[in-house]
Design a protein around this ligand. Structure first.
Ligand SMILES: *Cc1c(COP(=O)(O)O)cnc(C)c1O
Length: 817
């Protein structure tokens, strides 16, 4: 472990001095957020030397590096994790204790930067942690949004959005690197200039430009000397208006450029898994990709002149299609700016780029209209036209003159550019994020491409970093595990299997369940203070936290709660283990149906929590503003993990893995990585229900009539009726839309599109099995421990090792220090 030989007294003095110079205060009078800032400045000194050394080494040894290109990095708070990875958390906790400062209060003073929507952005953050811990040369490349994902509040049970001003109190982790600023060009037109030895050079003219300024954030490896970089690009106007005001035309342009720069990196688009086709979004994509590609190629040319070596020094991983414009931008930089022949540039580009597919939901697929695209990025548009033309020629050679097929596979068709197809054609690797997901890509969604390029397709099941999701989030459980099997699991999660024999040890089971109980008590306390709701710490904590999406089926969960509530009303003596249902979910601001489901959850909570007649057997809690720091609080306290998406719809999920690692049992469908969790723990340690992906597909193609479920199942009928009979809506008819959507279809969608009613009965059966299993405390403890023990596969360390060897061919580079 990278223990830093640091004197406690030195650290105390540093923090004291920093509080003094930053705020002209003493530790006694400083606010928690001021102490937090002072502590970060002290810590930074220790990080910086390793950071410099890491990059010196990469440079001197001329190593290959991966650039993880992502519109989102949902990092969570830095402080606690930085301390752990630096091996300094004990020292700092002791220093704080000796200074009489409460560590948790200071930790809580850090804003939780929400520069991502959910799973995709959080995956990028887990990957960076694993890359640094595995000593792999890597850069995260993204956007420094001034406002992250909105802060969610509830007003009268409705979601309202407030801006997330995470930069308000400064940005102590970020370092601005003016020397690496890059010019980004939008709009204008392209002129072909004849070259001396034949052919043309294409130059963009009459464009608007914006400067991209990088801010670098340290990504600290655990227990080693590696400090990698997360580089987030911010926008700034190239010229200030007043400098150009002498000339009318220039003034106009400078003013436009200044406005463009101001708005470009202002805000993260909050629609998760939903494509919107907004011009500003396309600008954001090109902005950070062009900046990254230009910078990477410039750095390469500083000490290489053979571009054929580029794939030996650089790998681009495209996190979904959002960065797929990198394919065309790399072509532009190679062909236009470095005079490479097209064919050579194309071979290089394919070797450099690799694409990760994250979803098969059609509404998430990015397709840019040609008029918008060609106006905004005229040269990139030409390049994509040429990529498409050549691809169609290839198709023709491959499968003959088959216009229908060519149109189906073309990158440009129906007046749109299909970004996923461009990413596939321009990459040497296309991966799905769980075994089932990859099979669906190969056999259904991308079948034609799989036939064309079978060697490109591969699976990389997602993972999570155990440093944040166990060591940091659940310190007590981490300590218990370390006590018994040592701390090797922190960098090799498969070692958790070694706790499996301990299930037979009563003392171990008891300690394990005591820790779960302590985590539940502390969550109960938080819920009491945040919401004023009393929950029973002996009840089953049943948690569904994730973005609100119809396919994730929060509505199935609520409908079942209504069913349970009705059952209790009819039979107050019903023999059941008390249950606390906890939800957390943000809905995209424009996603009406999702927002209505949030309102329904809150309305059901209002009624159920205040109904004395059910004897407190069920409670419903909606915690607002679900985010990384809240996940860290909730997941260690979970007994039951709800992973109930319609089979075939959730590509992988990573929330499911976080819960498993913390000893929650999964109730879930055979979807995404749930399938692999099932394979790891065996059917006796998980509660599986519902249709399989194949059955869903089959039902989708045949006729499905939710009315038949409604007619056959009294509990479903009563729960449905409760949506519209005034029980929860005070006779406003508010939830009639949900009722209609389930039974008749509403607003163009088919009836019960996500098979909620179809899966209801089996979900209820599985929930009863949960209730039954929980009564046997010993058995439950064994099941929970088994889940922890078998979670090794789901470390992002495993995932990243597979990317490094199977896609990037990226060797490790240890840093001497
Ligand atoms: C892990 C995580 C997610 C992804 O959860 P899923 O259940 O896989 O959708 C979303 N948001 C936050 C804050 C997370 O930590």
């Amino acid at each position: 472990m990278g223990i830093i030989g640091i004197e406690k007294e030195t650290l105390k003095t540093m923090i004291q001095e920093n509080v003094k110079t930053l705020y002209r205060k003493t530790l006694e009078t400083a606010l928690p957020e001021e102490i937090y800032q002072a502590a970060v400045f002290s810590l930074r000194d220790f990080i910086t030397d390793k950071w410099i050394k890491t990059h010196e080494t990469y440079y001197k040894e001329d190593v290959k590096a991966v650039y993880y290109l992502s519109m989102e990095f949902l990092m969570g708070r830095f402080f606690g994790n930085a301390l752990i990875n630096m091996g300094m958390d004990q020292v700092v906790k002791e220093v704080f204790a000796e200074l009489g400062i409460d560590f948790n209060t200071v930790e809580d003073a850090e804003p939780d930067p929400g520069l991502g929507n959910g799973g995709l952005g959080r995956l990028a953050a887990c990957f960076l942690d694993s890359l640094a811990t595995l000593e792999l040369p890597a850069y995260g490349c993204g956007i420094r949004y001034h406002y992250g994902i909105f802060e969610q509040k509830l007003e009268n049970g409705y979601q309202v959005e407030a801006p997330d001003n995470w930069l308000e109190d400064g940005d102590p982790w970020g370092i601005r690197r003016n020397e690496y600023a890059v010019e980004i060009k939008f709009g204008g037109h392209v002129r072909a200039v004849p070259k001396e030895n034949g052919g043309y050079r294409f130059v963009q003219e009459g464009y608007q430009s914006v400067m991209a300024i990088p801010y670098d954030y340290p990504v600290i490896g655990f227990g080693n000397n590696t400090v990698n970089t997360l580089r987030l690009w911010d926008a700034r106007a190239k010229n200030r208006i007043d400098l150009k005001s002498f000339n009318e035309g220039n003034y106009q342009k400078a003013a436009e450029e200044e406005t463009l720069a101001k708005t470009l990196t202002d805000v993260l688009y909050p629609a998760d898994e939903h494509y919107q086709g907004k011009e500003l979004r396309l600008r954001q994509q090109y902005f950070f990709i062009s900046a990254t590609v230009q910078r990477v190629v410039e750095r390469f040319t500083n000490d290489h002149d053979d571009f054929n070596l580029l794939p030996e020094k650089v790998a681009f991983q495209l996190n979904d299609t959002h960065p797929s414009i990198a394919v065309a931008e790399l072509m532009r930089v190679l062909v236009d700016e470095n005079d490479l022949p097209w064919e050579q540039a194309w071979e290089i580009t394919k070797k450099v780029c690799a694409y990760t597919n994250h979803t098969i939901m059609t509404e998430a697929l990015e397709k840019w209209p040609l008029d918008l695209f060609s106006r905004l990025l005229p040269r990139i548009y030409q390049i994509i036209e040429e990529i498409n033309r050549r691809f169609c020629v290839e198709l023709m050679e491959e499968c003959g003159n088959n216009p229908e097929k060519i149109r189906r596979l073309a990158i440009i068709a129906d007046g749109q550019i299909r970004m996923a197809y461009m990413a596939i054609v321009g990459s040497h690797s296309v991966n799905g994020v769980a075994a089932l997901h990859t099979e669906i890509l190969k056999n259904h969604e991308l079948k034609d491409f799989y036939k064309l390029f079978p060697e490109r397709f591969n699976n990389k099941t997602n993972g999570i970093t155990q440093r944040r999701w166990l060591l940091h989030a659940n310190a007590q459980l981490a300590e218990l595990i370390t006590e018994r099997i040592g701390d090797g699991w922190i960098t090799d999660l498969s070692q958790l299997e070694r706790i499996l024999p301990l299930v037979e040890e009563e003392a171990f089971r008891e300690r394990f369940m005591e820790i779960k109980q302590a985590n539940k008590m502390s969550l109960a306390k938080y819920i009491k203070s945040a919401k004023g709701i009393d929950i029973n710490p002996d009840s089953i904590f049943d948690i569904q936290v994730k973005r609100l999406h119809e396919y994730k089926r929060q509505l199935l969960n609520v409908l079942h709660i209504i069913g349970l509530y009705n059952r209790l009303k009819m039979n107050p003596g019903l023999d059941m283990v008390p249950r606390t249902f906890i939800f957390g979910a943000k809905a995209a601001a424009g996603y009406h149906r999702a927002k209505l489901i949030i309102k329904l959850i809150n309305s059901v909570a209002e009624v159920v929590n205040h109904d004395q007649s059910i004897g407190g057997k069920i409670k419903v809690v909606f915690l607002e503003n679900y985010r990384v720091s809240l996940a860290e609080r909730l997941i260690p306290a979970a007994d039951v993990s709800e992973q109930i998406s319609t089979a075939g719809k959730e590509a992988s999920g990573t929330g499911n893995m976080k819960f498993m690692l913390n000893g929650a049992l999964t109730i879930g469908t055979m979807d995404g990585a749930n399938v692999e969790i099932f394979e790891e723990v065996g059917e006796e340690n998980i509660f599986i229900f519902g249709m399989s992906a194949d059955e869903v597909q089959e039902k989708y193609n045949k006729e499905y009539d939710p009315w038949s479920v409604y007619n056959m199942n009294q509990e479903v009928r009563m729960a449905m009726t409760a949506l519209i009979d005034g029980t929860f809506d005070r006779d406003t008819g508010l939830f009639r839309e949900l009722y209609d959507a389930l039974l008749n279809g509403f607003g163009g969608s088919r009836a019960d599109e996500y098979f909620i009613l179809e899966d209801y009965a089996d979900y209820d059966r599985a929930q009863q099995a949960v209730d039954y299993a929980y009564r046997d405390k010993e058995k439950w403890a064994k099941m929970a421990i088994c889940n922890v023990a078998k979670s090794g596969k789901f470390s992002s360390d495993r995932t990243i090792k597979q990317y490094a060897t199977e896609i990037w061919n990226l060797p490790t580079v240890p840093i001497d220090f």
